[in-house]
Design a protein around this ligand. Structure first.
Ligand code: MN
Length: 232
């Protein structure tokens, strides 16, 4: 063991449904523009292929945990998404073999500072300030793929009990195998990687006090409340 100058941060990890063991997070990849209706509501062209971006591994937030309203935004948005947890490694993985690398599935929320993302898009600048901020990646418990893969079925999000997003996973432009195949041509995938697979239409703003419920049939519902940021 090297002698570190300070105690290294703990490995971020996610609960696994029905297990005491946890899933250690290595990287978080995200797919943007993966549902046509959402691409249109963002003013983009659904004929353009989806895009990838990333978040830091320590941006994850567990279900049942409060999410601080982030600084430097006046348009903080929710985005419910299917999350794929990777359990094997590989480069140039074929779509036909892609599901072999899946450890499991969870419900996630790709929280977004939409005003900062919009400003970055206009300038052709990176999306990091809009997407990769602290506590920007809530995720529920992972259901192991040994219980079945998740390819279709309802995906929905409620704010204070009111339905805001409702779609079907089969509407994804890139399916889970397509995403793994494409992403693994750009990066070597490793066990511990999470992939947020994109959000359907209906995204909108949050405010302190809001209660979020995010669901996909068969997976643990992800619940979080938004709390006002403590300024020091
Ligand atoms: Mn998203």
């Amino acid at each position: 063991m090297p002698e570190f100058v300070f105690v290294p941060p703990a490995t971020p990890s996610v609960a696994i449904a029905g297990s005491e063991q946890r899933f250690p997070v290595r990287r978080i990849y995200c797919v943007g523009r993966n549902y046509s209706d959402h691409v249109r509501e963002m003013g983009s062209d659904p004929k353009e292929p989806p895009v990838f971006f990333t978040k830091p591994a320590d941006a994850i937030v567990a279900s049942g945990t409060a999410v601080p309203y982030p600084p430097r935004t006046e348009n903080f948005h929710y985005e419910v998404e299917l999350v794929v947890a990777i359990g094997g490694s590989g480069r140039n993985i074929s779509a036909a073999r892609a599901l072999d690398r899946v450890f499991g599935y969870a419900v996630g929320n790709d929280l977004t500072r939409r005003d900062l993302q919009g400003a970055a898009k206009k300038k052709g600048a990176p999306w990091d300030t809009g997407k990769a901020f602290d506590a920007s990646a809530p995720i529920g418990a992972i259901r192991p793929a040994s219980l079945g893969h998740v390819e279709r079925g309802p995906i929905w999000l409620k704010v204070n009990g009111e339905t805001k997003q409702q779609a079907d996973l089969s509407e994804m432009i890139w399916s889970v195998p397509d995403i793994i195949a494409e992403l693994s041509t750009l990066f070597e995938l490793r066990a511990g990687d999470l992939i947020y697979t994109g959000t359907p239409a209906g995204v909108g703003p949050l405010k302190p006090g809001d209660r979020l419920e995010c669901g996909i049939d068969g997976l643990e519902t992800l619940t979080n409340t938004i709390v006002a940021t403590v300024t020091k």
